[in-house]
Ligand binder design. Structure first.
Ligand SMILES: Cc1cc2nc3c(=O)[nH]c(=O)nc-3n(C[C@H](O)[C@H](O)[C@H](O)COP(=O)(O)O)c2cc1C
Length: 182
């Protein structure tokens, strides 16, 4: 399935359109655009409305080059004009369900960012393959904060990378009981 971007997409269309981008047009992303994306993304829900996240936007070229090493050699990360580093405040601990607040909250924020960026005609790619300690050291991230994910951001080189296959609804949705026996 190949869905083409258009500015009038509704949210469902945008979700189906968004896909990981790993090659970038030679076009800068201006400060206002980054701020516009984060301005909208900060309306994401968070546990107890703690908003226990922080985003570092890396634009400086020497730092971006170092981020390639941190992202275990993924060159396209450093080729993006902006690398967003999404951090979570781990001191907010776990919810009673035993899930970590900051990781869940940051993950929601990241998903908002990817969709808002897609709506602005920009591409992103979630990066979970990176060296946590080296990243914290390089960016001088204080104790208690963790890097949840990296997100290179830029205008896609090609208008519409191919969609990856998805599981069928019946493979991901169970009604009532896990085994659907009710
Ligand atoms: C938590 C997470 C970590 C990921 N880490 C990487 C990564 O390190 N490198 C990469 O190229 N893609 C990474 N991806 C992108 C996935 O490969 C991609 O989302 C998946 O194949 C579906 O493709 P799509 O995003 O184009 O729909 C990651 C995605 C998620 C959600």
């Amino acid at each position: 399935m190949k869905i083409r971007y258009n500015e009038a997409m509704n949210i469902t269309e945008l979700i189906k359109y968004r896909k990981s981008v790993r090659s970038w047009a030679d076009k800068p992303v201006d400060t206002e655009t980054v701020e516009k994306i984060i301005d909208a993304a900060r309306f994401a829900p968070s546990a107890n409305n703690l908003q226990d996240w922080r985003v570092i936007a890396i634009t400086e070229s020497a730092l971006r080059a170092k981020m390639v090493e941190i992202a275990r050699g993924q060159k396209f990360v450093g080729e993006a004009p902006v690398i967003l580093v999404i951090c979570g405040d781990s001191s907010t601990g776990e919810m009673s369900c035993k899930m970590p607040r900051s990781v869940i909250d940051a993950t929601i924020l990241i998903d908002h960012i990817t969709l808002i960026a897609a709506g602005e005609g920009l591409g992103t790619c979630w990066i979970g393959s990176f060296d946590q300690e080296a990243c914290r050291k390089l960016l001088r991230i204080p104790g208690g904060w963790e890097v949840v994910e990296l997100l290179p951001l830029g205008y896609p080189a090609s208008p519409s990378p191919v969609n990856k296959p998805r599981k069928r609804v019946s493979e991901v949705l169970n009604w009532n009981l896990w085994d659907g026996s009710l």
